[in-house]
Design a binder for this molecule. Structure first.
Ligand code: N01
Length: 535
């Protein structure tokens, strides 16, 4: 129930990352009063929190940026091909300043609950401080990878040294000089931070449960001419991004990996490897994502590369992944495999000697105890659903989102969920999201949501909510597409496999951003087909 002290706005947005910032801008332009709640002290979302050493994006800067403002595109000067976390945060801050966003963002404030009122057709949103706001529109712009997780091992609190999680890195940084460091986790955050920590630490021990496929980034400073060229053709490039498979334009492959001679196939993989682009490698052939035999060619080729780079062949063996290439998120690195040639770096294969516990002095595996001054947890996130179900969201008749999704997330287009009128998710489960350049997918969702709200207001309508039939059909479609791929073969966070007890469901939409956009455009053109709209 709201009371007289409850503030009322048109829209409450949770999160001031790339999604929340752009949505705030769009809604304000439409004349709506919107407020953003953000747990951090500044904008940036992912790029505010993940400040670990070596953090970079693995999409090129000129493509990993907003397209909604031509002036913004033209004025911001990216420095590197793959920008560092501080550079991306600088960009986010620039956007906040340029569009005067901060005045409508409440920082240091976590939203804890949101309840829909069927009579007033409003949401009542509560924060950790008990503050309450009512809003017609409630948007979770909370990101896909923002609910971090620690490993499920005993003794986490026992360790007497310092501990850090890559997703909650101290703003002042960490000096590893002279320190004995243990790191758990070899996903993208581990792969990026391990080479940098290794350069500083006295000794670094990497605890690896599952190895990652990783490609050298070949990062470099941007050349003035390539920046000028891109700025001259941005409208065309943005269109290509929107129509592409992953929000990164690449030539569409035409041949199976199995129909070319070994030497030619190797040379295509070599070119992709040299290009420093994950999308190039993933789209070398038509069938890497769908055929085990085709995928095995990439797997064997990458294994060979790892064996060429890593001097100790037993260590190289341990660094070679067995699951199909691309079915867990591959990484982009700078000197990752090379780092294992350093005398101060040691790899512990947890498949051979599992973690037993964290102790006062360090980490114990089934083989021995390792002593450390610092433990770094690069152990990832409760991906895609964690940040949505962490908030106690109650829809029609008190329906709990957390309970409704107990067997796996159910959405229509990854934007809304039946039973939750006027709740929108930006890049929610069931949308391309994490399988794409996030900024492209974020802009598309924000535009869809803002346009839908505009449509409802024009028509004098009060609510929008997916129909159960449209949602069921969409969930079936998402599952159907995933079932034709190799994705379900890996124990990935895409499948929820990294969180004990989480249902094993492939969460993102694997049909590509271009196809997905077409579907969303059709839905909007048909008066938001599949959504029930009401006065
Ligand atoms: O997290 P992860 P992340 N015992 O889940 C291990 C994006 N990102 O933060 O694979 C032992 O990938 C876990 O092992 P396993 C990107 O989308 C992008 O690295 O579950 N080990 C794994 O090795 C990425 O995919 C960028 O067997 C345990 C690691 O911890 C996503 O964020 C940079 C364990 C977690 O890896 C997440 O990346 C960074 C346990 N109990 C992140 N629990 C770029 O743009 C977990 N692990 C480049």
């Amino acid at each position: 129930m709201s009371d007289s002290t409850t503030k009322t706005v048109d829209a409450v947005i949770v999160g001031a990352g790339f999604s929340g910032m752009y949505l705030l801008h769009r809604l304000r332009e439409m004349g709506l009063k919107a407020v953003v709640f953000e747990a951090g002290t500044d904008v940036g979302g992912t790029w505010y929190w993940n400040r670990y050493p070596g953090a970079r994006v693995d999409v090129e800067s000129l493509a990993y940026s907003y397209s909604f403002s031509n002036d913004l595109e033209q004025e911001f000067e990216w420095k590197e091909r793959y920008p560092t976390q501080p550079e991306i945060l600088k960009y986010a801050r620039h956007v906040a300043d340029r569009f005067d966003l901060r005045k409508d963002i409440v920082f240091r404030t976590r939203v804890t609950a949101a309840t829909y009122n069927d009579d007033s057709r409003d949401w009542l949103i509560r924060t950790e401080y008990g503050e309450a706001v009512t809003a017609r529109w409630f948007v979770m712009a909370t990101g896909c990878l923002s609910s971090s997780k620690m490993p499920e091992i005993p003794g986490l609190a026992a360790f007497k040294g310092a501990t850090y999680h890559t997703a909650h890195w101290p703003h002042e940084g960490v000096d590893f000089t002279g320190q004995r460091v243990g790191i758990i986790g070899t996903g993208s955050s581990g792969v990026q931070s391990i080479p940098v920590i290794a350069e500083q630490a006295l000794d670094l021990t990497v605890f690896q449960r599952t190895p990652s496929y990783s490609l050298p980034a070949r990062n470099r400073k941007l050349r003035p001419q390539e920046v000028a060229d891109m700025k001259a053709r941005y409208p065309e490039f943005r269109q290509e991004q929107r129509e592409s498979g992953a929000g990164v334009p690449v030539p569409i492959p035409t041949r199976s990996a199995l129909e070319v001679a070994d030497a030619e196939r190797d040379s295509i993989y070599e070119q992709a490897w040299e290009s420093g682009s994950l999308v190039n490698l993933l789209s070398s052939f038509t069938d890497l994502a769908v055929s085990q035999d085709a995928n095995d060619t990439a797997k064997r080729w990458i294994h060979r590369k790892i064996h060429e780079i890593v001097a100790d062949q037993a260590v190289a063996d341990d660094l070679c992944p067995e699951y199909p290439f691309g079915t867990k998120r591959p990484c982009l690195d700078t000197n990752y495999f090379e780092t294992y040639n350093r005398p101060n770096v040691h790899l512990v294969n947890l498949q051979r000697t599992p973690l037993i516990e964290v102790t006062e002095k360090g980490i114990r595996t089934s083989e021995r105890e390792y002593e450390f001054d610092v433990i770094v947890y690069a152990t990832g996130f409760d991906a895609m659903t964690g940040s949505l179900t962490n908030v106690d969201i109650r829809g029609r008749d008190g329906l709990s989102l957390r309970e409704t999704w107990r067997a796996g997330p159910r959405t229509y287009l990854g934007i809304g969920s039946a039973g939750f009128p006027n709740l929108f998710m930006i890049t929610g489960p069931g949308s391309p999201s994490v399988l794409s350049n996030m900024v492209v997918s974020i802009e598309q969702h924000v535009d869809f949501v803002a346009d839908a709200i505009g449509h409802l207001r024009e028509q004098g309508l009060a609510t929008i909510e997916p129909t159960a039939e449209a949602q069921d059909a969409w969930v079936d479609h998402v599952n159907e597409i995933a079932s034709h791929t190799l994705y379900p073969k890996a124990n990935s966070w895409y499948m929820g496999a990294n969180v004990p007890g989480k249902p094993r469901v492939f969460m993102p939409y694997a049909g590509g951003v271009g196809e997905y956009r077409k579907k969303c455009d059709e839905v909007a053109a048909k008066g938001y087909e599949g959504f029930a709209l009401a006065f």
